[in-house]
Design a binder for this molecule. Sequence first.
Ligand code: ZN
Length: 226
Amino acid sequence: MAAFEFLRLSALTFALVAGAMHAQGADEPALRIVRKIMAEESLAPGEAARPSLRLHLTLALMRGTGWEAEPVLEAAKHAARILAQCDILATSIELTEFEGPDRYRTLFTPVSRRLVAELGLPKPTVFFVAETRHRPAFDAEAVGRGNSRTRPEMADTVWIVRGARDVEAVIAHELVHVLSDSGEHSEEAGNLMREDTSPGATRLSPAQCDKIVKTGIANGLLRPPK
Ligand SMILES: [Zn+2]
């Protein structure tokens, strides 16, 4: 049943997927947006005078996952400041807090792809989840274009599991994977893209910035200066 449904869903449009989900499980709570919060302060102080690539960052957090909206928004602002070294300015960061069926609290491709389709939020989107059913169980995962062919709804998303350390560095690190559509890591000391993130390691090389910028623009995730 699950396998069949999986195949059937992949052949339908996003709109039909959303419709099919409403028919499923009449007793479970419906997906409902509780609130949207926008980061208000200037995100990259001192950078405003320079022409910058614009990034609209979307955060999605389900109630009951153990994540709280305000600290998540703060961490995302810090992550945006890390990306400013590549001349990227997060011109908006918007957090959507929602309620819904319990299964959406866990990262699991067959379920999470439906969540993404049903929410229909702008990309890139960073989801904050309670746990993961994927094995190995990473603290965070990035889904770019290259690793989303069998789950196109999830392209340009990041998934961060509760308990992840150094959340701001993790957000920035996973966003680099998405923006550059690459799983590449660096062994350079202090580099943001070391396999294990840490608070002090936030540097990106000119070559890394170049790849982020070129791929991000090509995929419509970064917009050139006005
Ligand atoms: Zn990584």
